[in-house]
Ligand binder design. Structure first.
Ligand code: ADP
Ligand code: NI
Length: 221
């Protein structure tokens, strides 16, 4: 088995008990989108492409929301690639992607622009696009449902200016609030040209959805 095939097997096993918001199908969509964006960004080196593919495949292993640890993911990925005999300079680049991909990690920069490597920006955009649009709506409802949270409560207002800690500790939220607290912000955080273009379309679809949702809630339409 080559390193990609080995990684696919490892990731399938590692995510097998996750709900459908972070299952292997999410990984497959991010993988496909990352390759597409890499192509648009003219990534041509096979090794650079391999780092992007491995970053996409491994980015949600032991994710904070499921493991409760911010270091468990990068540590497990480092161990897996070492044991697979993958070269250490390339392993470092993959681990860097896994460590820095998340929205919560980006909150540490407090909105200041930080220049990051193209391979991170590509996997980040691919992951974020899967949080938007029709699929993003589905994943949000699935995630909220798996936590037993309500879809909506007009009396619980969204908090759109949370610190990283408040964001990560937030337990009793509604699914609709998540659109205001994170999803509607993503289009302005996209890092590549094609990512931005696709995000815009998916953003508009989500706006329409939330607008409809609230009107239906009030029996207006
Ligand atoms: P990132 O990898 O950027 O940190 P996450 O893994 O936290 O992103 O989130 C991915 C998706 O999981 C979200 O876009 C959303 O669909 C779902 N999700 C995460 N947190 C919540 C939440 N508090 N409420 C509803 N859905 C959520
Ligand atoms: Ni993801």
């Amino acid at each position: 088995m080559n390193i990609i095939e080995q990684t696919v097997q490892y990731v399938k096993d590692s995510l097998s008990s996750n709900d459908a918001s972070h299952d292997y199908a999410h990984i497959e969509r991010v993988y496909k989108m990352a390759i597409k964006i890499a192509h648009d960004e003219s990534v041509e080196s096979e090794l650079d492409l391999e780092v992007i593919k491995l970053g996409a495949l491994l980015h949600d292993v032991h994710d904070y929301k499921y493991s409760g640890s911010e270091t468990a993911g990068p540590e497990a990925v480092q161990k897996f690639l070492n044991e697979a005999g993958y070269p250490s300079n390339l392993t470092d680049r993959v681990v860097y992607i896994v460590k820095n991909i998340s929205y919560s990690k980006e909150m540490e920069s407090n909105g200041n622009h930080v220049e990051t490597p193209l391979e991170l920006r590509i996997v980040q955009d691919a992951d974020r696009l899967d949080a938007l649009g029709a699929i993003g709506i589905g994943r949000t409802m699935v995630f909220s449902g798996s936590k037993g949270r309500p879809m909506y409560d007009p009396n619980i207002k969204p908090n759109i200016n949370m610190s990283k800690k408040e964001y990560m500790d937030k337990k009793n939220d509604t699914a609709i609030n998540h659109f205001y607290e994170k999803l509607f912000k993503l289009k302005d955080l996209m890092k590549t040209e094609s990512g931005r273009r696709i995000a815009q379309k998916r953003h508009e679809f989500m706006e329409l959805y939330v607008d409809h949702f609230k009107k239906e809630w009030e029996a207006e339409i």
